[in-house]
Ligand binder design. Sequence first.
Ligand SMILES: Cc1cc2nc3c(=O)[nH]c(=O)nc-3n(C[C@H](O)[C@H](O)[C@H](O)COP(=O)(O)OP(=O)(O)OC[C@H]3O[C@@H](n4cnc5c(N)ncnc54)[C@H](O)[C@@H]3O)c2cc1C
Length: 457
Amino acid sequence: MSEETYTIAMLGAGPAAIYGADKLASEGHDVVMLNRDIKPGGLAEFGIYPNKHRMKGGLRTVFRRILDKPNIHYFGNIEVGEDADITMDEVRSLGFDAVVVAVGAQGTRWLGLEGEDAEGVFHAKDFVYHFNKLPPFSQKEFAVGDDVCIVGFGNVALDIVHWLSCEEKVDSATIVYRRGPNERSCTARELKIVSGAMDVEQIRAEIDRIAPELDRVDQDPDEAFEDLTEYSDEPLETESPTKFRVAFLRSPERVVVDGDNRVEGLEVRHNELVPTSEGSRPGVEGTDETSVIDCDTVVFAIGDKIDPSLGLPLNPEWHGEYATVPEPWEAHPERPRYMVWDPEREEPLWDTFVVGWARKASDGLVGKAKQDSEQGCEEVLAFLDGEFPEGPDGGRSADAIIDELAELLGGRDIAPVDFEDVQRLESVEEDIAEERGQKEFKFASNERMLEIIEESA
Ligand SMILES: Cc1cc2nc3c(=O)[nH]c(=O)nc-3n(C[C@H](O)[C@H](O)[C@H](O)COP(=O)(O)OP(=O)(O)OC[C@H]3O[C@@H](n4cnc5c(N)ncnc54)[C@H](O)[C@@H]3O)c2cc1C
């Protein structure tokens, strides 16, 4: 326990924010959480595949226990940023001793291809938010056709294949991947879930087609095939006509559209595998050859990026992450990793930190976000303990800050939800699920959730 108690703003309420808040609150500090969504949980609630009930239920239980702490103050339905409910500067001027940014990676990464704006092109995160019932994505139409190309071969791409096979039951779901089979970035566990939909004949033909490329980098085509299709005899969780196919060494070049701007294919550039030093994965080089894969829907599962509209300085070297203190930070030997860096003033924003997917987009599972946030909050605690050249003001109580925040939001006709509101809402949802004999029920609009919160008060 710290001798002095401070008040920290935590922006977001996903895994990074919640585990970080737990660490800070355990030291006796007050944490005020401002979360865009009505419900906490972030991608653990609205990203992880809907039927992973045990994993999601376990995380919910842990999150509830943490958010129930008396010195964690939850404000849901409050978005921070330019043109949002409250700006970053307003948050910082409320007198918090530190601000921790844990808003995840809300920006959408596009490749900038011709045809990306066509009807039938989606980004994986939006699609995942849609089927996990996060407003407003839950209320938008995601009209999926019969033949879908999914760009990327990570776990998120496989979640899309899972949904397309077991819920949408499309004719074909084809993974389009710029590298070869052995460089896929998904886990065996996720691959196993969808392996029952594999079009094994097509996959064999695809491996045979790229066999000369695999040979060139000393990879055995038969081993690659066996490894990829190891679980293809495992049944899917439901019967499905979907054929799960793959197109290796293909980079998307252009979305081909018809006269109504609807997808009718994906033009891809053919790649070659290039040997690199022993032990490291082969490189890829584009050739002059292209072809078109027939499809009526394209989903890009290529990772997310930071949303620059939050109002924090971005890393000047890579426009895609908030700037953190560059290494080596000569002025201080401990080299803080999580403090936000202002490249114009060439010094840190001493009281502002960034953790989880907000620091590094699409970086790993919940466990990794937890670990990153806990490390970041160690740094926050060091800052509060005066271990950096500048320290906290320590001037305002949590009550005074919360009163001013409530007044500011009230003046804008914005009514935040607190954690008791969330618990009442979730209990109504649980009752409905039980009545209907379902494992889960979620209201799909903010308006309905707010009505339920009011009715159940
Ligand atoms: C499709 C998909 C499936 C996944 N499946 C798994 C899995 O099976 N197992 C696993 O362990 N991990 C899984 N992950 C990874 C896991 O979800 C992440 O590691 C983790 O959620 C990242 O945590 P975070 O808190 O940094 O960000 P997020 O979870 O994105 O949380 C961000 C929070 O910030 C809030 N927020 C956003 N913008 C603002 C703003 N402007 N103002 C205020 N609040 C804001 C959001 O409401 C949200 O609560 C999956 C990820 C995806 C995308």
